[in-house]
Design a protein around this ligand. Structure first.
Ligand code: MG
Length: 442
């Protein structure tokens, strides 16, 4: 069976990997699975998103399923509203942080969680066999335009307690959050300066990925405005990045630790992938919680949050999930939660970051054929397990070993022909020492 879905839905260059024909098939397959009912559909501002939406809706309607068309919205708003409106599934047209020529399709369950792999396989199999439900002309589904933004804003505000107003600079990178974030942040601002908050699928001002090198304008503006913080999002708004009041980019592991600290109570479980810094575990432990590790990817985090009844989960990529609100990473709620933490503690963002422990990380990439990945991971896993002082071995995605003051991970890349080795320790000497021991005699 041809695999269509990658780690984050179907994604590729429009007109090549992602075509209207494929989108119609996805609509037909999804409608066939649901039989009768309604599907919420939303899209990011890419120039090709509406064409794909039309194609999916056409497929859905011809199976007898109704489509609620929410138009341009961020992914977390789509996922939240899918559950809130009692829809049978949600469809988001987006390529997240990829360049403008890309687009994609991501499917959501009625629980607000992204489709797990087994549900995607069912869609793939229906597309391959072309076994689609076709209904009589009298039973064809209808589509309806719907506004879900106001409902989302109303609900998300109930989920935070912020007793202060801030001076904020917001950079939506012309992505989907442009239609929601300014409306919400305005309510918690003394002053709100918006950069690139007009939706534009060409992403003319910066690349949609919210990494430090793409946020130079935001950093400049935070300093100029003497703002309390700068907030940036990716193209579809499930990710967040922050700049502190000094104009420093906040390390994503530290952001994860801060949000976890704000969320947990005694006994709470926090779910993070195996490549997460030990500082998150240190902070969670100190506050009476427990860290459980899962495979890399936000869907794996969401699945484990459900099975383990976790209180909070996230990925160092900037995806953070608050399960009581929704099982989709939510960049908007994440920004409000940081304001909540700043309001609660009365501290500046840089002060909150400085309280966290520091670790030093070294990384090594070993290129290899896809067919050799497994064997290489095995080889280095064996060597890893022979290093002295191991306290814990975790094997949910490659091999991670934890020492008292360090950890090391060997895992295959999910998308590229290489394996990755990561070592993190309290200082550079220790981290390099472990890596050296691992690479010796190989
Ligand atoms: Mg995204």
């Amino acid at each position: 069976m041809k695999r269509l879905f990658g780690t984050s839905g179907i994604r590729g260059v429009f007109g090549q990997e992602v075509t209207p024909e494929l989108a119609t098939s996805v609509g037909l397959a999804l409608g066939t699975q649901i039989k009768t009912g309604k599907v919420l559909i939303g899209r990011d501002p890419r120039t090709t998103s509406l064409a794909l939406e039309n194609a999916i809706v056409s497929g859905l309607e011809s199976t007898g399923v109704h489509a609620l068309r929410a138009g341009l919205i961020p992914t977390p708003v789509l996922a939240f509203s899918t559950r809130a409106l009692g829809c049978d599934a949600g469809v988001m047209i987006t390529a997240s942080h990829n360049p403008p020529e890309y687009n994609g399709i991501k499917l959501w369950s009625k629980s607000s969680m992204a489709f797990p792999r087994r549900a995607e396989e069912k869609i793939e199999s229906a597309i391959e066999t072309k076994k689609f439900r076709r209904v009589d002309w009298r039973k064809v589904g209808h589509s309806l335009k719907i506004n879900v933004i106001n409902g989302y804003i109303h609900e998300v505000k109930k989920f935070v307690r912020i007793n202060k107003k801030f001076n904020i600079v917001l950079d939506c990178g012309n992505g989907a959050n442009s239609v929601v974030s300014p409306l919400i942040l305005k309510e918690y601002s003394k002053k709100l300066k918006c950069l690139f908050c007009d939706p534009d699928g060409a992403f003319p001002n910066r690349k949609p990925e919210p990494v430090k090198e793409n946020l130079k304008e935001l950093i400049k503006e935070v300093k100029k405005q003497q703002a309390d913080l700068g907030v940036a999002h990716d193209g579809d708004g499930d990710r967040i990045a922050l700049i502190d009041e000094k104009g420093e980019f906040v390390d994503k592991d530290k952001l994860l630790a801060l949000l976890a600290k704000n969320e947990i109570k005694k006994g709470s479980k926090v779910i993070v992938p195996v490549d997460t810094s030990k500082l998150v575990e240190d902070v969670v432990k100190e506050n009476g919680g427990k860290v459980l590790m899962c495979r890399v990817g936000d869907v794996a985090v969401a699945e484990k949050l459900i099975s383990q009844k976790g209180r909070f989960g996230g990925e160092p990529s900037g995806c953070f999930i608050f399960p009581e609100f929704s099982f989709c990473p939510d960049g908007i709620l994440s920004s409000l939660k940081i304001l909540e933490l700043m309001s609660k503690t009365g501290k500046k963002l840089s002060e909150l970051v400085e309280e966290l422990p520091n670790y030093y990380t070294v990384r090594k990439v070993i290129k290899c054929k896809n067919s050799e990945k497994e064997k290489l991971v095995e080889k280095y896993s064996k060597k890893l397990k022979r290093i002295e002082g191991i306290r814990k071995i975790i094997q949910v995605d490659g091999t991670r070993v934890d020492f008292k003051d360090a950890w090391a991970l060997v895992r295959a890349s999910g998308t590229e022909p290489k394996i990755r080795i990561t070592v993190e320790a309290r200082n550079r000497t220790r981290a390099n020492g472990i890596l050296k021991e691992l690479l010796e005699h190989s």
